[in-house]
Design a protein around this ligand. Structure first.
Ligand SMILES: Nc1ncnc2c1ncn2[C@@H]1O[C@H](COP(=O)(O)OP(=O)(O)OP(=O)(O)O)[C@@H](O)[C@H]1O
Length: 305
């Protein structure tokens, strides 16, 4: 579907070791023009290491990293990207407007300052010293810096950590605007609803490997689970023994049921308990898929601990 010329960044069999620890054990990852790729995974899965390889901040011990078909350390490739990492070392005394002007000056065709500020929702902060801003405001400024050079590809490593709901929504809208412009975005996040709301494609990593990848819908289809919640006196163990029920547990007055056959379980429930109420039915979200995909990884970690 996507011709090779559409590829803006690629890891091929990327290996990265730190002493005995294999941070990445042969990772393949492709990013196409104009797509938002969410990279998910538990702590230590290798998400930041993958991004650092694509940014040329570290070199692979095996395999290859490519940015626009070039070595990521080449300046021609780096001029085409914008970056927001987990920690930013920015001069605290500079005003936001000065920071934006300075950063934009490194790029051949930057956005006008007002446009960058408006996109990132920091127009009101331009005269404030960066060091005097709140944590969430600083993140918004870092986002403005990532997009001010009109990059073709933006790396956002957990961009919405510390942001309130309003700032987070604004950043989501800005990410969508970037993608509409044709910009590619690599987003790492622990907020699964963020990936669900924004990503065209999702990569789930665990212990330095890619566990799964695909569209949100394709990943959801791997866990064809529906969640049913209701207030009922039915015994959870009895419900759990019904053939179509994957799991059933009690949460106070509520029963929580997981099933691959919601229609039949609903019929049985309503037949078995005429006084059942507050019925909710919801198909599996990315969070359920993530839990399933990383279950083995977490079990291995617990065994090793
Ligand atoms: N410079 C380093 N030296 C030694 N080990 C490292 C270094 N950088 C990363 N690691 C290890 O490599 C593994 C992958 O780390 P990485 O930061 O890529 O994970 P992550 O998926 O980004 O995690 P998080 O969600 O916590 O940010 C971890 O076990 C980490 O401790």
């Amino acid at each position: 579907m996507n011709p090779t010329s559409d590829v803006v960044a690629r890891l091929s069999g990327a290996v990265k070791r730190y002493g005995q620890l294999t941070a990445l054990g042969g990772v393949d990852l492709v990013l196409h023009r104009g797509e938002l790729l969410a990279v998910l995974g538990p702590n230590g899965a290798g998400k930041s290491t993958s991004i650092s390889l694509l940014l040329g901040l570290i070199r692979p011990d095996g395999g290859r990293a490519e940015l626009f078909g070039r070595d990521p350390q080449e300046i021609e490739a780096r001029r085409r990207i914008g970056v927001m990492l987990q920690s930013a070392m920015l001069p605290m005394t500079l005003r936001v407007g000065e920071l934006l002007r300075l950063t934009a000056s490194y790029y051949p065709n930057p956005r006008p300052l007002e446009e960058s500020a408006a996109l990132a929702g920091v127009s009101d902060l331009l005269r404030r010293p960066y060091g005097k801003l709140s944590g969430g405001q600083q993140r918004s400024v870092q986002f403005a810096l990532a997009l001010c050079g009109r990059p073709e590809l933006v790396f956002l490593d957990e961009p919405t950590v510390g942001m309130d709901i309003d700032a987070r929504r604004k950043l989501w809208d800005a990410m969508r605007a970037l993608v509409t412009e044709g910009c590619s975005v690599v987003l790492t996040t622990h907020y699964l609803e963020e990936a669900e709301a924004l990503a065209q494609r999702v990569v789930v990593m665990g212990r330095g490997r890619v566990l799964s990848e695909g569209t949100v819908d394709a990943l959801r289809a791997q866990v064809p689970l529906t969640r049913i919640r209701c207030v009922s006196d039915l015994d959870a163990a009895t419900v759990a023994s019904w053939p179509q029920v994957a799991s059933a547990e009690r949460d106070g007055a509520r029963l929580r049921i997981g099933t691959n056959d919601a229609e039949n379980v609903l019929r049985c429930l309503l037949y078995a308990d005429a006084s059942l109420r507050e019925l909710e039915v919801q198909r599996a979200g990315l969070a359920d898929v993530f839990t399933e995909l990383t279950r083995d990884e977490r079990t291995l970690e617990q065994e090793a601990a």
